[in-house]
Structures are given as C-alpha cells and as structure tokens.
Write a protein that binds this ligand. Structure first.
Ligand SMILES: [Zn+2]
Length: 343
C-alpha cells in the first residue's frame, strides 16, 4: 500500500517528495510577514517522523548550519519515514542576533504555549501545533549562551533501554548529560508527550564552530541510521562511546575582575585545581577559580570580563573519569580543527 502524503497546513507532500515551506508565524510591526522556514522530506517508505530544529534561541547558529548540511547530504534523498528540518525556529531572535524574542522572553521556556498568550506563548503554540505534534522523534540543536562555549554534548532524560537512550548512544557526542527538564522547554514538552528527544549543545552563540558543526551533522545522520531512516552502509567509524556524566556544576568568579583561563574545553581537572585567575586591571587583587570537583570542562566563558559569582567553567562529574577522558580524546582526534585553545 502506498504511503499517505504528509500534510503541513495547506501543503501536501507526496511520498518521495521534498518541499520547502514558509510557515507564517507573525508580522513585524512594519507589516512585513514573518515565516518559520521548514523543509519536509517525505520518504517513499514508512518510518519515523524526525524533527531536527535549530535556533530556538535566535543567536545559536551552529544548528542552522547543521540543518543545512543534513539537508544537503545525499543519503537524505532516499530516507524511510519523514524528516522535518527547521533551521531557525526563533526567527525574531535570529534577525536581531539575540537569544530572546522581542518581548525579552525565552522561547524555550514558553512551551506548550497558548494562542491567546504572550508573543512567546503564541509562537510556541504555533510551532507545536504545526510541526512538533507531527514528530515521533526530535533532535533540538543548541549552543552555549552568548560568550559561552560548550564541548559537544547531548542532554537528554535517559532511562535504560529507552528510545531516547538509543538515540543518545547513536549520536556519538563525547559527553552525555542526563539533564533535568526545564519547565517550558521544547524538550520538557516533548518528553511529557512521550516523544523521544535529544538536545545537542555544542560551540558558542553567534559563531560557526566547525568542531561543533561537523560532529552535529554526523550525529544527526547516525541517529537517523539507528532509527532505520537511512539505508546503505555507514562509511565512518563509530567514535568511542560517550560517557554519561553523573552531574555537573559551575566554578564561579571569586571576585570581580578579568579572567585568565588556565584550562581548555575538554580538559580533565582535579578538585581544587586552579582553572583560571581573576584580577583587577592592575593585578592588585587576584582570586583563583578552582574546580569544585574532579571532572571534565564541558563549558566555559569566552569573555574574560567577570563579576563575582559569574559562572566561568562548567565541570561534568563522571563515575568513570578515565573512560570519559578517553571518549573526549577520541572525539578530539577525529576533528579538524580541534576546539580552540583557551579562547
Ligand atoms: Zn539554546
């Protein structure tokens, strides 16, 4: 029996077709209509409906490039199931090069949203109804916030043997965080609906970090292969399995001042180790930022200017830290170029 067409609003996508659709989302106050750009690839054969989306935070653009490259991958022309690719969800923020919506709300705190709510609530509701509720699986692409960079990592709620765990394993990021769900996030909404969902966090806002983009593209394709959406041989070797972090915490600036970091993203650090020094511009007052636990630096500030209490280094803790270090070394060795030095 032939597969049913895919319906998105008034658009019908036949099996074997792909279609780019501009989903109307709002108007700018200039009267200019604003759309969320979507491409639907509807395979000939039945399979999962995977949503891959970037830019829920409008300044997180590594995911935009990941989506573009996934859509250009040859294998996408003959998928089983359906790929819904959304490079930019928060089009307002993307235009303004900011994380937020014009009302300063975070779209990723607005789900499930409501048609009569705030601007954020309305966009969340529209995106959910038109797109998210059609998906059987989701990969949500993020980066660190402004001036923060993340070692490529998967965040998900992992139950042993779950579909989410299968997807997280397949992705091949060096670190997996069993992360708490934030109320109002897309991940929270999807999880409560029983839709397996991964968040990929890699690189810095407002940057193209090749070491975050290339593994992101490979990760999405690997998940598609694991879900049975891609046929044919896998050409690249699978990386060393990621270690599941048992928790994470931030090392913070002890005083107001200017940071000189001493460790790199991905570094293994010991509890109490000096990660960086913060001093005033003369160097009179100086404070040391120390690791709060043994672990791996999975995120750090890229802005050397810090106020007391500011989060500077994100340290993940592991039961098997040797394995975690091995996974990261294996990951780094597969990259050209590797993550930057200190900044
Ligand atoms: Zn984000």
């Amino acid at each position: 029996m032939a597969r049913a067409p895919f319906q998105l609003g008034e658009h019908t996508i036949q099996p074997g077709q792909r279609l780019q659709i501009d989903v109307p989302v709002a108007r700018l106050y200039t009267h200019t209509p604003l759309h969320i750009p979507v491409e639907v690839v509807h395979g000939r054969k039945d399979g999962p409906v995977l949503l891959v989306c970037g830019g829920i935070h409008g300044d997180e653009i590594n995911g935009v490039e990941i989506v573009r490259r996934v859509l250009r991958a040859k294998a996408i022309n003959s998928i089983r199931g359906t790929l819904i690719a959304v490079p930019v969800v928060n089009v307002f923020g993307f235009l303004q090069q900011t994380r937020y919506l014009p009302d300063r709300r975070d779209l990723n705190r607005c789900f499930p949203g409501s048609e009569s709510g705030s601007l954020g609530g309305r966009i969340a509701a529209l995106f959910r109804e038109k797109i998210v509720d059609h998906a059987t699986h989701i990969i949500d692409l993020h980066t660190g916030a402004i001036h923060r960079t993340n070692l490529p990592q998967i965040r998900a709620q992992l139950q042993t043997g779950s579909e989410t765990e299968r997807m997280a394993d397949a992705f091949g990021a060096p670190v997996i965080l069993n992360a708490e769900l934030r109320e109002g996030s897309l991940r929270h909404y999807a999880q409560t609906r029983g839709i397996p969902v991964l968040t990929y966090e890699a690189g810095e806002a407002l940057r193209f970090d090749e070491w975050a983009i290339a593994p992101g593209v490979r990760g999405v394709l690997r998940v598609m292969r694991r879900l049975g959406m891609l046929t044919g041989e896998q050409r690249r070797r699978t990386p060393a399995p990621a270690e599941l972090a048992k928790g994470s915490s931030w090392a913070r600036a002890p005083i107001d001042g200017i940071l000189r970091p001493k460790v790199r993203l991905g570094a293994r650090v010991a509890k109490g180790e000096v990660l960086g020094k913060v001093a005033d511009p003369f160097g009179n007052d100086e404070g040391e930022v120390r690791a709060v636990a043994d672990g791996i630096v999975i995120g750090m500030s890229r802005l050397p200017l810090a106020n007391e209490g500011e989060a500077l280094f994100h340290i993940a803790r592991f039961n098997e830290i040797d394995e975690a270090e091995t996974a990261i070394e294996s990951f780094n060795s597969s990259l050209v170029p590797p993550p930057d030095s200190f900044y």
